[in-house]
Design a protein around this ligand. Sequence first.
Ligand code: PHE
Ligand code: ZN
Length: 864
Amino acid sequence: MDANVALATPPVIRRADYQAPDWLVPEIALDFALDPALTVVKARLTVTRNGAHGRPLRLDGDGLDPVSIAVDGEMLADAWRMDGPVLVIDLPGDAHVVETEVRLSPETNSQLMGLYASGGLLCTQCEAEGFRRITFFPDRPDVLSRYHVRMAADKTRFPVLLANGDPVAQGDGPDGTHWAEWHDPFPKPCYLFALVAGDLAANRDHFVTRSGRPVDLAIWVREADLPKTAHAMQALKTSMAWDERVYGREYDLAIFNIVAVADFNFGAMENKGLNIFNSRYILADPDTATDADFDAIAGVVAHEYFHNWSGNRVTCRDWFQLSLKEGFTVFRDQGFSADQGSPAVKRIEDVKMLRAAQFPEDAGPLAHPIRPESYIEISNFYTATIYNKGAEIVRMLHTMLGAARFRQGSDLYFDRHDGEAATCEDFVAAMEDATGEDLAQFRLWYGQAGTPRIRADLEYDAPGGRARLLLSQLVPPTPGQDAKQPMPIPLRLALLGEPSGKEVVAEQLVVLKDAQAELLFEGVAERPVLSINRGFSAPVVIESNRNATDLAFLSANDPDPFARFEAMQQLMLDTLVAGVATGQVDHAPVVEAIAKTLADPALDQAFIAECVLLPSEAFVGDQLLVVDPDAIALVREGLRREIGTQLEKAWRGAYAGTAANHYAYTPPAKGARRLRTIALGYLAVSGAEDADDMAWRQYIDADNMTDRQGALGVLANGHAPAREKTLADFYKRYQADALVLDKWFTAQALSTRPDTVAAVRALAAHPDFTLANPNRIRSLVNAFAVNQRAFNDVGGDGYRFLGEMIVAVDQINPQTAARLVPPLGRWRRFEPVRAAMMRSELERIVAVPDLSRDVYEQVSKSLV
Ligand code: PHE
Ligand code: ZN
């Protein structure tokens, strides 16, 4: 049966229904006769009954027809049956050998789950439930097996044959074929199985672990891409050393392989010893990849490598525990990236990401706790909540316990559960047992969805030298969770004296545990200003009685860089929100604060760049009860123009100050490039006559993609002749490089021009646009959907376009289609005319016959 066939009412899987597996599979031998059109898979499973029960063996399948089935060497005629896609076999004893044979067609597998073809190679993707598209198996993460894999394929077309673990044998076969055998000594769940066959070249390197174990490293790509693998290799070696130093974790096999593929649903996959990557997270050189791309590559390489412990050596008991590996591993990769450059800038980037992707999720119809209670399709739960909020919850443990005790907890967790399939509860219990900390209330963070709102009001009694801080928390209701309990909220806070800027109350960690609390501070001789949630110590929204003067003061004086950035953001946000409400914008405090920041010699350019950018239109919308995208755009654009015009000299100064910057991938050079394009953007909105020319010059003279893409992005918003010239040049230059051409689509999809919907429609008909490649879909369609102004064009064609895309992509790749749904699911937040159009688009989609479970779940939940 095809997974793309919607069941009348797709079953809901519940966390509470978890049962240990009836049968275990300690060993599996797989034999692949690989061919893009027809691959034969023979599987030999050693199965053992788990506990005293009489239930049959149930092997998951998806789109599989058994060609033959044998038990203990005997062909079975009637002791098996199909229960839908599941193969059911009655077994008399407690231990048997079950053999099956199935046929696959990788080249027609457009879902990119299971065994599929990408750019001439064959590869697999099994997480979460793709292994059942390869062979019949108990496809659940708590069944761990030792894998023996044999592959045979045409030697010319597929000279390289890779699988998990170590290569044990290879040789030539008949008819121009060859074969290889791999053995993985570590028992693993089937979602970590992988193989790759193709014409690939390797960038090889070497790493020696702390205990002296040598590891051969290889990054496999198409021969022509070899020069673009140096950065990823460097990141891999740095990650391996980092995990030894920071977490005491060494690599455990003699080989670590990474393969880059062009067609991939997500970022990358941590298959044991054989990571498979979306090529956008491997390939980079200065001419084709931006600084952000380089950073993302290092972060994803580290993330997948770190999974070797947080994910593979200790895996998940069931998919409700997904954040156990993902939240923890994101926390680990964030720490790694912070250590490579500026921790402050990295923290700002991570918080921006959380606010852009996770806060809206928490505030919408698809809100779920980091450990969900139920799902229809697990692929829909690879979300910003599971990943990024999950990381914030681990970070709060780190903050509350301190680095040393957190490390004791993680050591105990790894030691206790090595080789096991664990739960979120196991993680918290290890932290508790190692440190003696009582985390009973903290567990609420795993079960309650929604972003807590913290009210923080400071009162000052000047004559008495006393300050009083009133704190309260409210966790808003989310689908299925009307009433919430107060959670422990770790708030790093201090009071800054104004005007001295000195801490009149030194930083402390306050954990707000109750609905309300009151803190008293004595001996406060100077008017105090509240600096709170420093470092974004809790993933919450802070509302306070700080006015524009207080925020401006903090933005110039707070010694905590995140809090300083945050004060500026809050000042901008308050200004914009008031502007939308009243139609009047008080530019002066923002303009002045930006001027001060630009002129502060103590700040580095990367940090300045983050501080001087206005919050996105979408983030402004998130603060409002009813979103009117045009009103927000008008007010924000007006403020941008003021900042551009009034500070024109400063922007020109910043631009000139970054001109001599020759390409280097170093934090200062990256900061200079970032500030340069931001300055260019402000000059462009200021209406400066030479701005288009400056942008063209920046584009054409650039010695790197960051400057080039920056200039293109600025020009894409305008109407200057340079715009078309630049877009045409970019297309001509990079047409053959799919990853760079993605940027060409994105620049146009993100444009602030009023004709963007029509432009995006036209681009969807461009010969280089294809629904077969998820990166290309994301580059145009997902990018367009985050362009608040264009997507919500009042004509409604943005919604219609997205709806059409969802339905079209669903026929090809349900996972990628489902990820297009959330922007429409936000309909409740919009003014009535748009809300009605969005809703009716969702209704149109849900009525389409043969919808996948993936899209069905997202659309139906969005309509409730
Ligand atoms: N487990 C992968 C990661 O986060 C993500 C992924 C999920 C990739 C599902 C493919 C499919 O590292
Ligand atoms: Zn991951």
